[in-house]
Unconditional design. Structure first.
Length: 394
């Protein structure tokens, strides 16, 4: 299907060639509206749209979204229950009959745009068409990423960039109005403290006037004083009542802020754990690289020694022909001298090295610590200096 060229667009990130993603601004507005209504809740949406040609390339256009109203847990994420899926399809057919399911969106406050195994497994099981995408967003750190399956690999890869386009989207507009209307009917009405306070003041003033209608309670000249005292008393009582209502409200707000802080802290701890894990892996790779490099250098040295031995063997053969007894004697003495002199390899001490670690690394046992100390004339097993070269006996 060929789509007319979109001109009113905004580019986010670096757009890959082929299979570009376009999402209509009204869809982003709807998802943001749901995030603000249900702060700190995990949300899920069906993404609706079409694939079409844009500038000679196949592109995905997302122009509708339907939220999940009945969810269940699958692994570590919330997904559509059978009832929730059926309800989402009904809403799609009612408001977006011409669109098809092109993916899903997942809102995870406090976890960034991190993709885990549960996301991948649910996507591969439920959204099997190659163009269908996963849109992950975190409203707390303002991050969002599209993911898509690439080739035959059973994994999802991030899409580096996408387009937001602006268009007249009447179906999305009608659906958003319907969602707001449902929210107004189901959500409890917020108290209007101003109206309530005005009502209380009026009621008490009326009661006070009724009580003071009798001519025996006051004389006409004292009426202004009574009215002034009544207003002062009503103002004090109103302030106390408003303060009593404000205290629980402040308590609820404090609890909500604490909850958000805990979620953000959990996300940061997870991020720190991943960073520490990566640092350990990088350190391990560095040590493995050093060991591999030393093994290659030792192998090259062994090849050179072997070549020199072959060159030395040729004149020795001639010498044996002329004087066999003396040549054999000299060769035996040379072999004994070579055996008597131990061979070493050079190693540069790294940060965190110990003699126990070096013994396990080079010999596979901790029993060679004494040999390393003897080769380097060491008396203290703890004195390894970073950057210093030491001998490792063969």
């Amino acid at each position: 299907m060929k789509n007319e060229l979109k001109t009113n667009i905004k580019q986010i990130g670096s757009i890959p060639k082929g299979n570009a993603v376009y999402i209509e601004d009204y869809v982003m507005t709807f998802i943001k509206y749901m995030e603000e209504r249900r702060v700190c809740d995990e949300l899920i949406f069906l993404l609706l749209g079409k694939t079409s040609e844009q500038e000679g390339e196949e592109a995905l256009f997302i122009s509708g979204a339907v939220e999940g109203t009945d969810l269940t847990k699958k692994g570590s994420i919330s997904v559509f229950s059978p009832k929730g899926w059926e309800e989402a399809i009904k809403r799609k057919d009612k408001f977006f009959p011409d669109l098809e399911i092109v993916g899903w969106a997942y809102v995870q406050p406090g976890y960034g745009d991190f993709l885990n195994e549960s996301h991948t497994a649910y996507h591969l099981d439920t959204f099997k068409k190659p163009f269908q995408v996963l849109y992950i967003t975190d409203p707390l750190d303002k991050s969002q990423v599209f993911y898509r399956k690439r080739g035959k690999a059973e994994e999802l890869m991030p899409i580096n960039g996408y387009y937001i386009y602006y268009d007249k989207n009447e179906p999305m507009h009608e659906y958003l109005l319907e969602v707001k209307k449902e929210a107004a009917l189901t959500e409890p009405k917020k108290e209007n403290l101003t109206e309530e306070v005005d009502s209380l003041i009026g009621a008490k003033l009326r009661r006070r006037k009724i009580q003071q209608k009798s001519p025996f309670n006051f004389s006409l000249p004292s009426l202004p004083k009574i009215i002034r005292e009544t207003k002062e008393q009503e103002t004090a009582e109103t302030a106390e009542e408003a303060e009593g209502k404000a205290v629980p409200l402040l308590g609820y707000l404090s609890f909500a802020l604490l909850f958000v802080t805990v979620i953000i802290g959990g996300g940061l701890l997870k991020s720190n754990s991943r960073i520490e894990y990566l640092e350990k892996q990088v350190g391990s790779l560095g040590k493995n690289y050093i060991a591999l490099r030393e093994n290659v250098e030792n192998t090259e040295k062994s090849i050179e020694v072997f070549a020199q031995a072959e060159e030395a063997a040729e004149p020795m053969t001639e010498a044996v022909t002329e004087k066999p007894t003396e040549a054999v004697t000299e060769a035996a003495e040379t072999a004994q001298t070579a055996q008597a002199q131990p061979e070493y390899r050079e190693y540069t001490v790294q940060s965190g090295d110990t003699l126990l670690y070096l013994s396990r690394y080079f010999y596979g046992t901790e029993d060679r610590v004494g040999d390393i100390m003897a080769a380097n004339n060491m008396t203290d097993a703890d004195k390894l200096i970073e950057g210093k070269s030491i001998k490792i006996p063969q």
